[in-house]
Ligand binder design. Structure first.
Ligand code: ZN
Length: 373
């Protein structure tokens, strides 16, 4: 059993994204329903943890709202003020598909506080590893605008805070959310002390970023790895990308901490993407990243919840990750595990071509940079 920290606050669930058709915010032109980024996926995961007495075995990490100074480690003062203004008034969009409801600014500040506290608790050894079940998500949030349901960049800000406090000096971020981690990439694009790796569906969101050619700039050149995978990729392609790109990159970079942006929207049942992963695949990713963390950085690993929009499947994927992270076993079985036999899960040649492109491009660039250091 590990001492696994846990970040959760019911107030995360009160961030209201408004009526929508999917993620489209209706304006009287379509029947309004619940926005895909609503509280249910995450609340059902928390309820599942409670129902099987997992929460009580995790170590609750205390945290509070991020201050303006905390947020301005990455975001511009103008953007921070704009989010606050929208939130204080009737709400609105903080950029592109980034709904802010009444009071969402304080909740988003709390999300940043939660991820920051999880990173600090692992860095300082208070816990062995941690899971931050925060909302709203953060990995699309850019310096001066919210994007893709994200308001503030939870992981970026948490790492910047830990670097400033000298709790860590080399951090690797692995983003397995199905969308490109564009905001986190932007935060560290010119830094050599934070390696960012994103596995995502090619040309999904944002469609103008996430290509293998984006490898970092100036001091950060070589320290950003994108592995776009084609729609229809399953466990075979993802596990090959882990073995052939992610693990060699982590071993070359030798981080003192690993942070995972864990979205579950590459799941088979997700309404926002076209990948085929099952809960057991997220379990396998967790095993592999824990093994790397044990070999490289004393097991220091923070897993931060990002996207994932199937309210019945995200909880099963999240539970699998938390079971591995903590060593707590529950009797819960994935009733959809047999989907593995009907979906095309094996690595296919065209998927390997995408991985080869990342191997020749950004992985080779990273290995060259690390060798020269
Ligand atoms: Zn996503």
């Amino acid at each position: 059993m590990n001492r696994t920290g846990f970040v959760w606050q019911e107030r995360f669930m009160w961030h209201f994204t408004g009526p929508a058709a999917g993620s489209y915010q209706v304006r009287g032109d379509l029947q309004p329903g619940v926005h895909v980024e609503n509280a249910e996926t995450k609340r059902k995961l928390k309820n599942l943890l409670d129902a099987y007495e997992v929460t009580a075995q995790l170590q609750a990490i205390p945290f509070g709202e991020a201050t303006d100074a905390d947020l301005q480690r990455f975001h511009t003062p103008e953007y921070v003020a704009r989010v606050q203004q929208l939130s204080d008034q009737a709400g609105g969009d903080a950029g592109e598909y980034a709904p802010v409801g009444c009071g969402s600014a304080e909740i988003a500040r709390l999300g940043v506080g939660g991820t920051t506290a999880a990173i600090a608790a692992v860095a300082s050894g208070e816990v062995d590893n941690a899971y931050a079940l925060v909302r709203p998500p953060g990995h699309h949030a850019e310096r001066d605008q919210g994007r893709g349901f994200c308001i503030f960049n939870n992981i970026g800000l948490g790492i910047l805070s830990a670097l400033d406090a000298m709790l860590v000096d080399r951090v690797a971020v692995l983003d397995w959310d199905v969308h490109h981690g564009n905001g986190t990439q932007q935060a560290f694009y010119e830094r050599a002390d934070v390696l960012t790796i994103s596995l995502h569906q090619d040309m999904l969101y944002p469609s103008d970023s996430g290509q293998t050619e984006e490898m970092g700039e100036s001091a950060g050149e070589g320290f950003n790895i994108n592995v776009p995978l084609p729609a229809g990729s399953g466990g075979g392609a993802y596990l090959a990308a882990m073995d052939q790109i992610v693990l060699p990159a982590l071993h070359a970079f030798k981080p003192t901490m690993i942070v995972v942006a864990s979205g579950y929207d590459a799941g088979y049942f997700d309404p926002m993407s076209h990948m085929l992963l099952l809960a057991n695949h997220f379990r396998q990713f967790t095993q592999s990243v824990m093994k790397a963390a044990n070999e490289l950085c004393g097991g220091r690993l923070v897993i931060n919840h990002e996207g994932g929009y199937s309210d019945f499947y995200v909880p099963l994927c999240g539970l699998a990750v938390i079971e591995e992270l903590s060593g707590i076993a529950t009797p819960v079985r994935d009733p959809y595990a047999a989907t593995e036999s009907v979906a095309n899960q094996e690595l296919m040649p065209h998927q390997q071509e995408y991985i080869d492109r990342a191997k020749r491009g950004p992985l080779a660039a990273l290995l060259a940079r690390c060798e020269a250091m």
